[in-house]
Design a protein around this ligand. Structure first.
Ligand SMILES: Cc1cc2nc3c(=O)[nH]c(=O)nc-3n(C[C@H](O)[C@H](O)[C@H](O)COP(=O)(O)OP(=O)(O)OC[C@H]3O[C@@H](n4cnc5c(N)ncnc54)[C@H](O)[C@@H]3O)c2cc1C
Ligand SMILES: C[S@@+](CC[C@H](N)C(=O)[O-])C[C@H]1O[C@@H](n2cnc3c(N)ncnc32)[C@H](O)[C@@H]1O
Length: 682
């Protein structure tokens, strides 16, 4: 019986066809025991046996990589990496996740240990198919229930590239690389220490799925493996045995699962010792000082804290005192044609940060949580200053970007049909509440916040020393010692670490006003992008601590000005006017709706730290061993910082980051583009 088949996300004739992902075509067929099982329409092979697929998963991949013992042997801040070829229905991942959960609940010493799973998939299941299959497993194996729900809730859009899913309560990171496994593995970056500790080789049978057993796969395994890596697979085909042996693995045939005669286990030739006694890489710092409590510092602190590191987060003024303290930030990407999306920092950051903020909200539902971090709004990009046409946007999965019917777009925005043509609608764009984000980050038990000016930052052989002055008692100098430091001080970062590129300082003023009832009825109902951006929002009680807004009142924000080499933060009426003019020049019909007099508008001014290539600085500071940076976020800190913090902490921890070497190089604080000083106008 064929119950669920799926169409490709885009047509094969589209110019971006090469970058599109074709979802799996699922066909349901009886297995040799008469149970209906999902079969791949592409390969004609089963994903698993319904009767004992889970037991087989546990036997072949988990037991024969010795994972119960190896995971149990982990210590604080150690991270174990499993890589899987062929994510399919996620059953192997769920089985491993459940083991990890059980081990962590039994063994308190695993509290700060981490599990990192990297998996690859060329034909990902559509969410509806995955839901149908996993609900079936939920009935058969209720112990997987919580994990199935979490996986389905976080399942990414079917877009090529790496999708990082964090399950913070379980210290689990799952990187799903969509696209051909050979290409994905070629993109994985081998860290300076560590690597893949265990491989699950779970392609379809070599006879029908040659690509997953090709030399390039085994060569990638050799490149990416840690010295004590192991591998397991159900297949004993000659091509598998040869591939492993020729790429640095010793192999052994063992009894297969159930009625199957044999299967294969393998281990790196380099490791004479038993894999169970070998150490996975460790994040080598117990205590890290993070300088600057804007969104960069908050994300660096949170990411470290979530991996068991004690963090002292320091700001000379207050959390969110700098550019990050607007009442709301818009989370919406600068779109690029689909062919570039997987390597496009805006796109991959947007996808990650949207998921990250929502997960943070979900995890905080029961805690002492003031306001939601994310207000889901969707956004319409009127393509006034865009790199993409409406036609190109249609190549994206519709849950990422789409084009609405003109009447619907007009109704959604309350604008006329001619104004909303052309447009791109981003259904998952959102407004972020910085105060709510800071509140939840600062409540992490591993983070201690302190208001102090860091005057100097020095490295010693075994740590870093920060000379700080308390903000209030200006005279009192003090030293903070830590194992490492991360400089997140935006445009002031190079004052603490002179090796860092001196970013351009760009003043920006965001304006807002309280609309009267008539204006409220006629203003756009969702955020709009038009070169600048505007958005309605309702102020909450906690907003008032940062900005002059009235709790419970509808507000309308618009921005932002862009003044180079200006670090003055006084509010200027002419920049209110500039923000108004910018909106009116893009959407003339709003001239009648917006107040003419801008004198009583409110505003906040921040200084953006901008690099010449618009990418932030993420990584080690040159000529230091313990000083790192996360800064230079320009106009996109709320999109960039969550993913860039993951990348940074992966570098510190010897873990494989969720981006390719090319993207990583484009974030390097020492990249060639930064060697040329800024000219006056660029
Ligand atoms: C008007 C405007 C609108 C914007 N809108 C958006 C938007 O909608 N979406 C979006 O994603 N981005 C937006 N941005 C960009 C975003 O705000 C920035 O990219 C982001 O805030 C940068 O964060 P940061 O933490 O790197 O820097 P900051 O937030 O500036 O934080 C740096 C911190 O370092 C502290 N510091 C500096 N030196 C020291 C020292 N020596 N000791 C201790 N502390 C120190 C400062 O006090 C400050 O708090 C906007 C920016 C502006 C100006
Ligand atoms: C046996 S299934 C994997 C089952 C899966 N591990 C699970 O737990 O459900 C093999 C998977 O490999 C995927 N695949 C086949 N060729 C691929 C390729 N070239 N690159 C990446 N994935 C591929 C298939 O789409 C399929 O999902």
């Amino acid at each position: 019986m064929t119950s669920t088949t799926s169409a490709t996300v885009t047509t094969a004739t589209h110019p971006d066809a090469a970058a599109t992902i074709t979802p799996a075509r699922i066909v349901w067929q009886p297995d040799d025991q008469g149970s209906l099982v999902p079969v791949s329409g592409e390969f004609g092979d089963v994903y698993f046996s319904q009767v004992d697929g889970l037991a087989e998963s546990r036997y072949v991949f988990i037991e024969h990589n010795h994972l119960p013992a190896r995971l149990q042997a982990l210590g604080a801040r150690q991270s174990f990496t499993v890589a899987e070829i062929g994510f399919g229905t996620g059953l192997n991942v769920l089985a491993l996740w459940q083991l990890w959960r059980a081990l962590r609940s039994e063994h308190t010493h695993l509290k700060d240990a981490q599990l990192h799973i990297i998996t690859t998939e060329k034909y990902p299941l559509m969410l509806s198919d995955l839901t149908q299959i996993l609900r079936m497993w939920q009935t058969r194996a209720p112990e997987l229930g919580a994990m199935i729900n979490a996986l389905l809730a976080a399942y990414p859009p079917l877009l090529a590239g790496c999708h990082r899913l964090n399950f913070a309560a379980d210290n689990l990171t799952l990187d799903i690389w969509l696209g051909d496994a050979q290409e994905s593995l070629a993109r994985l970056v081998k860290p300076n220490f560590g690597g893949v500790d265990a491989w699950f080789l779970d392609g379809f049978a070599p006879s029908c799925n040659e690509d997953l057993w090709a030399t390039a796969i085994f060569a990638a395994m050799q490149r990416l493996s840690s010295p004590t890596a192991t591998a397991a697979t159900f297949s004993c085909a000659g091509v598998v045995k040869r591939g492993l042996k020729e790429h640095g693995f010793s192999i052994k045939k063992v009894k297969g699962f159930g009625r199957k005669r044999e299967m294969l286990t393998a281990w790196r030739d380099a490791s004479e010792t038993d894999a169970t006694t070998q150490a996975a890489p460790i994040l080598p710092y117990r205590h890290v000082a993070v300088i600057g409590a804007g969104v960069s510092g908050l994300m660096a602190a949170y990411t470290l804290a979530a991996r068991g590191v004690q963090v002292t987060l320091i700001d000379k003024q207050a959390p969110l005192a700098g550019a990050s303290g607007n009442p709301r930030a818009l989370l919406a990407p600068k779109m690029t044609p689909l062919a570039h999306a997987a390597e496009h920092l805006h796109t991959v950051s947007y996808l990650y940060s949207g998921r990250f903020y929502r997960q943070l909200d979900a995890g905080l539902q029961t805690a002492n949580h003031v306001d939601p971090i994310v207000t889901p709004t969707g956004t319409m990009d009127l393509l006034t200053k865009a790199n993409i046409t409406a036609d190109q946007a249609c190549a994206y999965p519709s849950d990422v970007a789409t084009v609405l019917e003109t009447e619907e777009a007009a109704a959604q925005t309350r604008l006329s049909a001619s104004t909303v043509q052309p447009h791109v609608y981003l259904p998952n764009a959102a407004l972020i509440n910085p105060q709510a984000l800071a509140h939840s980050v600062l409540s992490h038990p591993n983070i201690t916040y302190r208001t102090a000016m860091v005057e100097t930052l020095d490295e010693t052989t075994d740590g870093v020393h920060l000379q700080v002055k308390d903000a209030e008692s200006n005279a009192k100098a003090d030293t903070i010692k830590a194992d490492a430091a991360i400089v997140c001080s935006a445009y002031e970062s190079h004052q603490l670490a002179p090796q860092l590129f001196a970013c351009r300082q760009i003043r920006g003023q965001l304006s807002w006003f309280t609309p009267n009832a008539k204006q409220q009825d006629n203003l756009p109902t969702l955020p709009l992008k038009y070169g600048g951006y505007c958005a309605p929002f309702v102020a909450t009680a906690s907003d008032a601590a940062l900005n002059p807004v009235r709790s419970g009142q509808q507000q309308f924000l618009l921005g932002a000005s862009f003044v180079r080499n200006d670090t003055d933060t006084t509010i200027r009426v002419d920049e209110h006017q500039h923000n108004r003019d910018k909106l009116i020049s893009a959407i003339p019909e709003l001239d009648e709706v917006l107040p003419n007099d801008v004198h009583d508008w409110q505003a906040r001014v921040g200084i953006r730290a901008q690099t010449p290539d618009y990418h932030p600085l993420v990584g080690p500071v040159a000529d230091t061993a313990r000083i790192w940076t996360l800064c230079g976020m320009g106009s996109k800190g709320y999109a960039f910082a969550p993913l860039c913090a993951q990348i940074l902490v992966d570098m510190m921890a010897g873990r494989i980051p969720p981006v390719s070497q090319r993207l990583l190089d484009s974030l390097s604080p020492t990249r060639p583009r930064l060697q040329r000083p800024l000219t006056a106008d660029k």
